[in-house]
Design a protein around this ligand. Structure first.
Ligand code: NAD
Length: 508
């Protein structure tokens, strides 16, 4: 560690916990450094929340639920409307903070915040989304109506790669539905979620509706084991998603766990080549490839598309990483030295296992930032399904290229992959697109657009090994996830009318 880095550790502010509406300092002796990935400067220290603090946060959420669930829905919605306005007003400030701790370029960071704002906007329709159903006269004098109730305390565990959007997938909807919430954001970038929480209180949400705790596995496990937590939303890597789903459901909780992915883009010979090239460069390297919907595999169909790899290499050579405020940078550094080393190891394995490294991003440097976690754009050709670079999520600015003869082979390849977050096809043929969207077993399919992320009035329907659970994030499915339905069956026999049943006729 350099002298400058040592000094930054000493000056780094401690990230508070949020318990009962108060931003409080943890009593822990264990801290996690939050670093600028372009410089390794320590920006802040996040506490490893103590057992006592975890228990206090959960119990406060439990206590607040008793009163919050009674607050009329229009009042809850007005808080959401104010929150939406505040987030918009502070979008740039949030994006700057987010850029510092994630390394994302400013436009990327603005997008991260904006996509979260869109979820809050959708949450403002909760009064209609929470309507129940009624059928009159299911038997003589009997009516049935269903009512939508909040669950209680819900928890959210979020990854590093979208520190604004992903927390905003969760707590505004959950709290809007009448629940209270405990969020455990990524320990790698907790500053943005803390600022989201400040604005949440400014919007008028009462104390105790949202708690924030920090830490790693033990803190996540404490949430998964606590009987007061009724539902858990998780987004992160596949092994952790599986652990969260298994443990949470074993403890009889409702769980939605979104995991990692390997997203394929199928390129048909009749596709618009220019579009394919520019979209593939952005969809693989944008945000340093640290997106669960990044295109990490291009599947070229037919002999005619073989040469397109060279065009993609040319396109990739034109972009470079840089610090967040560098307007010429296409993307930022990777989140940590460990993430960079992991990606580099997979690139080395690709070479050893017989793939061709057309562009090798290892050894990339950025002027003025010698300590950044830089990885240059990387293009790997002749990849096959048994190679580690195909089996593992590289989660870096890297694209694997594969070649098949027919659309059927491309569909079989995509369907044999265990993950299913997103995929896309580029073609001018409606028939090919129709066949692909119909037969591919992936949760989100793009036609002539590479990253098919639905707007928040739909749900984020990643599937197969990229998702564990039944109800997906945001949209109507999230409202069902954060609520339960109660059904009232009532019988009011006419005989009970004063004067008996004939009275009814007179009344009419
Ligand atoms: P991660 O799994 O390392 O961490 C996610 C969260 O889980 C963090 O809050 C972390 O503290 C916690 N955690 C880490 N290890 C744990 C353990 N052993 N037990 C319990 N909790 C643990 O993921 P990450 O590196 O922060 O995020 C990147 C991953 O998230 C990628 O795989 C990416 O594809 C995935 N992701 C998926 C989606 C989606 O919607 N499917 C969206 C964004 C990111």
């Amino acid at each position: 560690m350099t002298q400058q880095q040592k000094a930054s550790v000493q000056q780094a502010e401690s990230v508070p916990l949020l318990i009962n509406g108060e931003f409080v300092q943890s009593k822990t002796s264990e801290w996690i450094d939050v670093t600028d990935p372009a410089t390794q400067e320590v920006l802040a220290r996040a506490p490893v929340t103590t057992d006592e603090e975890m228990a206090r946060a959960i119990s406060c959420a439990e206590e607040t639920f008793k009163t919050w669930k009674e607050v009329p829905l229009p009042e809850r919605m007005r808080c959401l409307l104010r929150y939406q306005a505040l987030l918009k007003e502070h979008q740039k400030e949030l994006a700057e903070l987010l850029s510092k701790e994630t390394g994302k370029t400013l436009p990327d960071a603005m997008g991260d915040v904006w996509r979260g704002i869109e979820v809050v906007e959708h949450a403002c329709s909760l009064p209609t989304l929470m309507m129940g159903e009624t059928v009159e006269q299911v038997a003589n004098g009997v009516d049935t109506n269903s009512l939508v109730h909040p669950l209680g305390v819900c928890a959210g565990i979020t990854p590093f790669n979208f520190p604004a959007m992903i927390p905003l997938w969760m707590f505004p909807l959950a709290v809007g539905c009448g629940n209270t919430f405990v969020l455990k954001p990524s320990e790698q970038d907790p500053l943005t979620p803390m600022r989201l929480a400040e604005l949440f209180h400014e919007a008028g949400f009462p104390k105790g509706t949202l708690q924030i705790v920090h830490g790693r596995k033990p803190q996540v496990d404490a949430l998964l084991d606590h009987p007061a937590i009724k539902a858990v939303s998780f987004v992160g890597s596949v092994p952790v998603a599986q652990h969260v789903y298994r443990t949470g459901t074993y403890n009889l909780k409702r769980v939605q766990a979104m995991g990692g992915a390997k997203n394929h883009m199928v390129v048909m010979p009749d596709a618009n080549k220019e579009q394919v090239v520019s979209q593939l460069v952005g969809a693989s390297c944008g945000a340093a490839g640290q997106r669960c919907m990044a295109i990490s595999v291009a599947v070229f169909v037919g002999e005619e598309t073989r040469g397109w790899v060279d065009d993609i290499a040319k396109g990739m050579k034109q972009i470079r990483p840089g610090r967040y405020d560098d307007e010429g940078a296409a993307y930022g550094p990777m989140i940590s030295p460990a993430a960079k080393q992991r990606a580099e190891k997979l690139l080395a394995s690709a070479e050893e296992q017989g793939a061709s490294l057309v562009l090798d991003g290892r050894g990339c440097s950025v002027d003025g930032y010698p300590d950044g976690n830089w990885l240059g754009p990387t293009l790997i050709d002749n990849v096959s399904t048994e190679m580690d670079c195909y089996k593992e999520e590289i989660f870096g600015p890297a694209l694997c290229c594969m070649h098949v003869d027919t659309l059927e082979e491309a569909i079989a390849l995509v369907n044999s992959n265990p993950y299913g977050n997103g995929t896309s096809i580029f073609t001018r043929s409606g028939a090919a697109a129709r066949k692909y969207q119909h037969e591919t077993e992936v949760g989100q399919v793009g036609v002539n657009l590479p990253i098919p992320v639905p707007m928040p009035f739909f749900s984020f329907t990643g599937g197969k090994g990229s998702f564990y659970g039944d109800l997906h994030a945001y949209g109507k499915q999230a409202v069902r996830f954060y609520t339960e339905t109660r059904t009232i069956i009532s019988r009011w026999p006419e005989e009970d009318l004063p004067g008996g049943p004939n009275m009814t006729i007179q009344l009419r």
